[in-house]
Design a protein around this ligand. Structure first.
Ligand SMILES: [Zn+2]
Length: 445
């Protein structure tokens, strides 16, 4: 029973998540639903509509879905926890119901048994009085009623010749009832203790659920603000392109320059070396102290920069800016080929005074930021990604970024592996360590 109930919960959640979204009601009423859905704890009646609203927001922002996928993953993790706790509470509720049923049954049984004992006791007394009447003696009755156990009772009684089969059976049955009621009472005590334990467990689970829901809403609000900011930044980029800001791009560099002043290469290729090569890693990592200068690796344009995350994040799993933390996106040209170069986990400082939609031209070696420890990062380092954009113009490249956000439409995580330049032609993901000619553990000066 318990299993089938939690299965139903999971099944209905799955169905909810694939239900079509009726966006008409949400369009233009976003602020109303944001206010409605950020209430904590969320009233039960609003759970469905808010889940649909989340889906609506998700669909609305599909153009920059790769960037937002990170956000969804974060929220999905918390949601999973919430579902697990809800399952636990459902199961506890079932156990509590079962326990309550058993307690009611035992209580009823005790009442019936006690009534039966009372009745038999009365009957025996009457029989004794009758016997006494026959014997016309008070001694026997007094002795009999003073007996503490039935054995004693019988041994005294057997002295009385008038004992009948009926009396004997009646008293045996009375003794059995008394044993039964005693056992039932003990069982009742045990059941009540178990019920108390279950109620305590349930209380703990409910407190945890409230806490998780609060965290979910806090995170949701934070992510919503960040994604709104991101979308508006992307619009600014497109507006600036349309206004002709990239009509006079810088000339191409002949070769790549060094991206960071100093440090140690800690991850190359497509996996983290320290995690047994199991986890996909879409860039190259260079460990260096917070504040180490970062340079433009070639002539180009800074098209995007985010500096809203704390310099020191909450470690691995920090979801600020989708885990990228403070980051910069440059379009550069090397030997006539266009590339996007991204640096993640930077310090909060904005070294070049960038603002949304305001492209800044940089030359190879220009200071563009500082190494930090923001976003999902286990230590101060810069994460570098290089995307080959072939013969795209600056405007085309920036436009692709504004439309797709984050990944230039080349996916993230495991999905990114199918967009490697070793497999497909541009736009594709370069192996950053190969581009810069760096190897694992190499020291940079
Ligand atoms: Zn990295």
């Amino acid at each position: 029973m318990r299993k089938s109930i939690s299965f139903l919960v999971v099944a209905s959640l799955l169905i909810l998540s694939i239900l079509p979204v009726y966006a008409t009601d949400f369009e233009g009423n976003e602020n109303y639903y944001i206010e409605k859905c950020k209430v904590n704890p969320l009233p039960k009646a609003d759970v469905d509509v808010c889940s649909e609203f989340n889906q609506y927001l998700k669909n609305k922002t599909d153009g920059i879905s790769d960037r937002l996928k990170e956000i969804e993953d974060t929220l999905a993790t918390i949601e999973d926890d919430i579902v697990k706790i809800q399952d636990t509470i459902t199961s506890l509720n079932n156990q509590i119901n079962e326990q309550n049923n058993q307690i009611s049954y035992l209580e009823e049984r005790i009442v019936i048994l006690e009534a039966s004992i009372e009745e038999k006791d009365q009957l025996i007394r009457e029989r004794m009085y009758a016997t006494q009447g026959l014997n016309n003696s008070n001694v026997y009755l007094t002795t009999l009623m003073g007996a503490t156990t039935f054995k004693e009772f019988f041994s005294i009684l057997s002295a009385i010749s008038e004992i009948t089969n009926f009396d004997y059976e009646l008293m045996e049955s009375l003794e059995a009832d008394k044993v039964d009621v005693e056992e039932s009472k003990q069982l009742l005590e045990t059941q009540k203790q178990e019920l108390e334990d279950l109620l305590e467990l349930k209380e703990e689970a409910e407190a945890l659920l409230l806490k998780q829901r609060a965290e979910y809403h806090e995170e949701w609000e934070r992510q919503y603000e960040q994604s709104e900011q991101f979308k508006s930044d992307m619009e600014d980029i497109q507006d600036a392109i349309d206004a002709g800001s990239l009509n006079y791009p810088p000339s191409s560099s002949g070769s790549w320059g060094q991206p960071v002043a100093s440090g140690t290469v800690t991850a190359v290729g497509w996996n983290y070396p320290d995690l047994g090569g199991g986890k996909v890693h879409t860039g190259m990592d260079i460990g260096a102290p917070v504040g180490t200068p970062l340079y433009a690796p070639a002539n180009g344009v800074v098209i995007y920069m985010y500096t809203g995350c704390p310099t020191l994040g909450n470690g691995y799993g920090d979801s600020c800016a989708g885990g990228m933390g403070n980051n910069i996106v440059m379009i550069v040209q090397v030997d006539g080929t266009t590339y996007a170069v991204k640096y993640y986990h930077m310090q909060k400082t904005n070294a070049i005074g960038w603002s949304s939609g305001n492209f800044i031209t940089v030359s190879k070696g220009d200071l563009v930021g500082y190494v930090g420890h923001s976003g999902s990062s286990t230590g101060a380092h810069v994460h570098i990604e290089v995307i080959n954009l072939g013969s795209m113009s600056y405007s085309e490249a920036a436009s692709l970024y504004a439309q797709k956000g984050g990944s230039f439409g080349l996916s993230t995580g495991t999905g990114a592996l199918s967009y490697r330049c070793s497999i497909i032609s541009w736009p594709c993901r370069e192996t950053a360590s190969d581009i810069f000619g760096y190897s694992l553990r190499q020291l940079l000066h």
